[in-house]
Design a protein around this ligand. Structure first.
Ligand code: P6P
Length: 343
């Protein structure tokens, strides 16, 4: 068996920690708690069709979306796995309108955890891959064991100390970065271990995949319309026409593009001026990962990681993938900007 396949995620986290002498081990312990949550969620997601866990709870989340039982289950697993570790001062989740305090009887730590417990969950009934997304920040309010605040959550993505996703697909893969490379681990259900399967992911230089919901074409910015038509023209040198690949589950779409090369887009449009995806616990972590793999992430004009959050669930237009592709769509949008009346 190749040496690499014997590398568990726990060993990898510790080896990464050893590269930073000033590390206290708290982030490593936090990441290890997340790994446990991922294993528990994976177990339920992979047997959802068997235990009748699928289907609506009858309630709706902050997004006004019908909440499926697995969303609620995943949110609760993450909260329960993370609340008592003593490494967090506050959490925030797509499933909760407000910040989630650490229960009073537990020690407060210096980190902040933001997460989307089960992104793409509307696809569960169709057995389409879904994902957990997480973002870790350091608190900015005074430490000393006090509760974290909304201010600790509303930090630009550049401040992330770690980010990752868990993709529950044909296999369960956990991908994470602390800003020093992107690493992927595949869950071996027999061992109950995540084993290193992608050592230092780099997004391929040449891409030929674009991912976007073309059903929204008529609502797009004219520059984006021109960009998509450009991708569909024939030009061998620039590998056009690109292939269109859209699963409708962001973690799955971005994971594929990270490995094969490509650009994922969820733009603003005339109906949704800020797009659909959430900045804090969807776009920032995915942007940190893709940038750490040599790619780029933009809101169509600005680097996503530099956006200053104003609210917990704020949305942002999202263009992420190969640097060349993201720069190209920014160029098409800018060129048409002069022709679009300011909103
Ligand atoms: P649409 C899933 O609901 C999600 O939040 C992302 O995972 C996905 O990329 C997007 O919405 C799909 O949205 O409007 O294309 O169905």
């Amino acid at each position: 068996m190749a040496e690499q396949s014997l590398m568990t995620i726990q060993r990898h986290i510790l080896e990464e920690e050893r590269k930073h002498p000033q590390a206290t081990g708290e982030l490593s312990a936090l990441l290890s708690d997340l790994v446990l949550a991922a294993k528990i969620i994976s177990l339920e997601v992979n047997k959802a069709g068997l235990v009748g866990i699928i289907g609506y709870t009858g309630s709706t989340n902050i997004q006004g979306e019908q909440v499926r039982k697995l969303d609620v289950f995943s949110h609760e697993v993450l909260f329960k796995a993370m609340e008592h570790g003593g490494h967090l001062c506050v959490m925030a989740s797509e499933e909760e309108e407000n910040i989630i305090p650490i229960p009073q009887n537990f020690v407060k730590g210096k980190y902040v955890l933001l997460f989307d417990p089960l992104d793409g969950s509307s696809n569960i009934d169709a057995n389409v891959s879904v994902g957990t997304i997480f973002s870790i920040l350091k608190r900015v309010t005074p430490d000393g064991g006090s509760d974290g605040t909304l201010q600790d959550c509303l930090q630009p993505g550049l401040k992330q100390v770690a980010a990752g996703y868990v993709l529950y697909g044909s296999s369960t893969i956990l991908v994470y970065t602390t800003g020093h490379g992107v690493y992927g681990f595949t869950l071996d259900p027999a061992l109950g271990e995540f084993l290193l399967s992608y050592n230092n992911i780099r997004i391929p230089a040449a891409s030929k995949i674009y991912s976007i919901n073309e059903g929204n074409y008529k609502y797009w910015h004219p520059g984006l319309k021109k960009y998509i038509k450009y991708l569909q023209e024939e030009d061998e040198k620039s590998r056009r026409p690109y292939s269109s690949r859209y699963i409708g589950s962001m973690v799955a779409d971005i994971h594929r593009n990270l490995l094969y090369g490509g650009i994922f887009m969820y733009p603003a449009d005339s109906r949704n001026p800020n797009g659909k995806l959430r900045l804090l616990y969807e776009c920032n972590p995915m942007a940190f990962i893709v940038e750490s793999a040599g790619g780029m992430a933009s809101d169509g004009k600005k680097r996503v990681l530099e956006l200053m959050p104003e609210s917990l669930h704020q949305r942002t237009p999202f263009f992420v993938g190969n640097k060349e592709d993201v720069q190209m769509v920014e160029k098409f949008i800018a060129e048409e900007e002069v022709n679009v009346p300011a909103v």
